[in-house]
Design a protein around this ligand. Structure first.
Ligand SMILES: Nc1nc2c(c(=O)[nH]1)N[C@@H](CN(C=O)c1ccc(C(=O)N[C@@H](CCC(=O)O)C(=O)O)cc1)CN2
Length: 306
């Protein structure tokens, strides 16, 4: 990808995700005969959260489109924690299931850590268990979280070799911020992991070759903070009021003030259509990796390097 002076190249996350999905599909075809069955992803959805329903529907659709088997388990929001843990345990015990994910957020009476910790780390395609996090920190083989994997992949597509690049990650969540910091470290970047109490965030950003905005605050990263030519990866998905769309109108915005930042950045991801679609792409990659690793088989050629 070539930067356009004075205007950022807009990174097309939908097209990137479609490319990765096609690699996964080819990888499934390579693995299936050696495995003797299709790789399988089980998704557990609790409650009626409208956004989660859409994400799970898309996960099921793209899993099946890649040639993998999909199991979808839906439960009422009033489910007891122990019953949910039992569902995950049953999926752990099912040898034909390669990947398990529990869609977040869970209802308030359920401890997400307890549920996630029940997942067999070798089936933890979200990369969220303490074992997966430990493997990432140690640089040991394991399943890496999906959204941050998408960030690193897009940054490599945009900038090429990342070694020596300076990265500011804004946000310290377990789903994105913390794993993103370690994944960029794995690429030999110099990483600053920042958060709501970081002092001088604009100055830190002004030195960064890559900014990963994952704070969950609409348009908090201003254009003036961005170094000329930097790669800006916006993980935020915030629904805000949009009076220009009429009464009650809303729109999605990221954590970056897009128009301002696009005038300074070399590369930038839009919202929607940037990082979001990469999450499911790397979920499929992880499911295929888990299926091969659990069977003691080599990773399919088609997904090497992903
Ligand atoms: N168990 C998990 N729960 C959640 C995760 C996760 O990775 N694992 N991440 C998010 C939700 N999520 C996937 O689950 C997800 C979020 C966004 C997108 C996406 O493609 N977004 C679109 C916009 C969609 C819209 O219109 O709302 C985009 O950015 O273009 C995919 C998956 C929380 N929960």
């Amino acid at each position: 990808m070539k930067p356009v002076p004075g205007a950022a190249s807009v990174i097309d996350g939908k097209a990137a995700a479609a490319l990765i999905d096609s690699h996964v599909k080819a990888g499934v075809a390579q693995l299936e005969s050696r495995l003797g069955r299709a790789p399988c992803l089980a998704v557990v959805l609790v409650g009626e959260d409208p956004a989660s329903q859409v994400y799970v529907r898309n996960k099921v659709k793209r899993t099946e489109a890649a040639g993998m088997r999909s199991i979808e388990i839906r439960r009422d929001a009033r489910i007891e924690e122990a019953e949910l843990v039992g569902i995950v345990e049953a999926l752990n015990a099912d040898d034909a299931v390669d990947g398990i994910l529990v869609q977040m957020p869970l209802p308030g009476h359920i401890d997400p850590y307890r549920v996630v910790e029940t997942i067999d780390p070798d089936k933890d395609v979200d990369g969220l268990t303490a074992t997966s996090a430990g493997r990432l920190v140690q640089g040991a083989p394991g399943l890496r979280p999906c959204t941050p994997s998408g960030c690193v992949w897009l940054a490599r597509q945009a900038l090429g070799e990342l070694s020596g690049k300076s990265v500011v990650v804004i946000g310290r969540s377990i789903l994105v911020g913390k794993p993103a910091a370690f994944l960029f470290l794995e690429q030999n970047c110099t990483v600053m992991l920042s958060h709501s109490r970081t002092l001088d965030l604009p100055e830190h950003c002004a030195r960064a070759d890559i900014v990963v905005a994952a704070a969950g605050r609409p348009e908090m990263v201003k254009g003036a903070w961005i170094k000329e030519g930097a790669c800006v990866l916006d993980v935020g998905i915030n629904r805000v009021d949009a009076p220009e769309k009429g009464e009650g109108g809303t729109k999605l915005v990221g954590d970056v003030a897009y128009d301002e930042a696009a005038r300074r950045a070399g590369f930038i991801t839009p919202v929607p259509g940037g990082i979001g679609p990469m999450t499911i792409a790397f979920l499929l990659v992880n499911t295929l990796k888990a299926a091969a690793a659990r069977a003691g088989l080599a990773q399919p050629e088609a997904i090497r390097g992903l």
